[in-house]
Ligand binder design. Sequence first.
Ligand code: SF4
Length: 133
Amino acid sequence: MNETADPIETKRIIIYACSGCSDAGELADRTARTLSQKKRGEMSCLAGIGGRVKSLMVKAEKADHIVAIDGCPLNCARHTLEQAGFQIVHHLELHKLGLRKGSCPPTGERLAIAAQAGAELIQAIENANEAKP
Ligand code: SF4
C-alpha cells in the first residue's frame, strides 16, 4: 500500500449511525463505533451528511458501500442518507433484533448483539464482493 495513501481511500465501507438521543440511538452509535474500531468499516458523521458538509459528502461519495444503522423504525439514518442522494443498500435496523427504543439501555450484552449483526451484514457485503467476477 502507498504509505501516503489517504486512509479514506483504503476504507470503502462507510458506516453511519442515527446516533439519536434515545437509548436505541445511543446503541446504534456505539454499534457503529465498535464496528469501526474493529476495522469492519469506517464510521463517518451522519450530521455532516445532513448539513451537506463538503468533505463528509465526498467521503460518502467515495464509498463502495454505505451501511446505515438505525435505532428504531423511524430510520433517520437511512432517510438522511437518501435525502442526500445516497441509495442505502445495507441497513441494520436494531428493532429487528428485538432491541426496542425506550427499553434497550446499551448494555454490553445488547451492544454485542448489535455489533455481531453489523459484522455479519458487512461480512455478507465482503462475500458478495469476492463472488463478483
Ligand atoms: S432512528 Fe429512531 S433512535 Fe435513531 S435518531 Fe431516529 S428516532 Fe432516534
